[in-house]
Design a protein around this ligand. Structure first.
Ligand code: NAX
Length: 327
């Protein structure tokens, strides 16, 4: 058995967290030799609901779960944690402009970024709460003592959606689909890249043989999948979002299979001409020691370039709105 590890989850009474917390506590994410303390953060108004979540955790009698801390203070919730899954954020209210959503949520991530400095020196962070790229930028900018490379914003759900669409179209299992990339923002401007994707060892374009579908319906379906789920379910994606967060964390714990990569939004280092100072989704590869790198030298043609630029422009606009929150 390893020494117990502390994991923080914010927005812990929300619907994604309800699909996430129990899977983390069961050992599915960090392994069945990894005892855990869960630190669950909520706003004061949701603490009663969070009590209910804690009762259910007790009632699962998970042997790996050594303790649960419930808090409405980020400093307390992040104390000594090795992982922080930042799921909580404010939903868009009636009449709320995108700009207001960015600044309202931005303020949360200023405070949480600062409070993360109380975490363990090994800390790794996954931001899930929207607008996720820019929230992540704010958090990492305010957590000045923590290397920026420890911060990721989740685009794994988009990545998984793209793989599933390609597999269905090609009539193969999802395991046959590799080398998918989500570029840019986790928004309807994201670019799911089929050009570099592979299906059973062939290029996805060759395996599917329907360029019009790849350039049209495929991209649109992935970009608008979140809205389609809301339309059908009356609620936003929760189980699939929690599942993607688990996939992301697990991907960060093990080296990426040879020749493949995953998608994650990280602080740009200028790769592929994507300007520094924004958190954009890239193809990334993880090494044994937990270090990761942006995969270089992928083919970007004019079609891809134009679409990546649209999403990058949106990220630059988001950055401009929250500039005052970046120290
Ligand atoms: P819910 O509204 O069910 O839950 C959010 C929870 O966050 C609430 O319980 C709320 O009280 C809490 N919260 C708000 N401010 C907080 C703060 N300062 N500290 C701690 N907790 C706080 O939303 P849910 O469906 O769980 O979604 C959570 C976030 O994930 C949303 O921002 C959502 O847009 C985003 N998503 C991100 C996805 C991604 O791929 N990156 C996909 C799914 C989802 O849309």
């Amino acid at each position: 058995m390893n020494a117990p590890m502390r994991v923080a989850i914010t927005g812990a009474a929300g619907q994604i967290a309800y699909n996430l917390i129990f899977r983390v506590a069961s050992g599915e994410v960090f392994g069945d030799d990894q005892p855990l303390y869960l630190h669950l953060l909520e706003i004061p108004a949701a603490m009663k609901a969070l009590d209910g979540v804690a009762m259910e955790l007790d009632d699962c009698a998970y042997s790996l779960l050594k303790g649960v801390t419930l808090s409405d203070k980020a400093e307390e919730a992040f104390d000594g944690v090795s992982w922080a899954l930042l799921v909580g954020s404010k939903p868009r209210g009636p009449g709320m402009e995108r700009k207001d959503l960015l600044t309202e949520n931005g303020k949360i991530f200023v405070g949480q970024g600062k409070a993360l400095q109380r975490a363990d020196s090994q800390l790794r962070v996954l931001v899930v709460g929207n607008p996720v790229n820019t929230n992540c930028l704010i958090a990492l900018s305010n957590a000045r003592s923590i290397p920026a490379g420890r911060f990721h914003a989740m685009t794994r759900l988009d990545h998984n959606r793209a793989r599933a669409q390609l597999a269905a179209k090609a009539g193969v299992g999802v395991d046959a689909v590799s080398n998918v990339t989500i570029w840019g923002n986790h928004s309807a401007t994201q670019f799911p890249d089929f050009l570099n994707a592979r299906i059973a060892g062939r290029s996805a374009a060759e395996a599917i043989g329907d360029r019009a579908w790849l350039e049209g319906d495929f991209i649109a379906t992935v970009q608008k999948r979140g809205a389609a789920v809301i339309e059908a379910r009356g609620l936003s994606s929760a189980a699939s979002a929690a599942n993607a967060a688990i996939d992301h964390v697990r991907s960060m714990l093990y080296s990426t299979p040879e020749g493949d990569w995953t998608s994650s939004a990280v602080l740009s280092d200028g790769s592929y001409g994507i300007p520094e100072g924004i958190v954009s989704s890239f193809p990334i590869r993880i090494h044994d020691n937990g270090a990761w790198e942006i995969v270089q030298d992928l083919e970007i043609n004019e079609f891809s370039r134009q679409r990546i630029e649209v999403s990058v422009k949106e990220l630059q606009e988001e950055r401009a709105v929250v500039e005052s929150l970046l120290p």
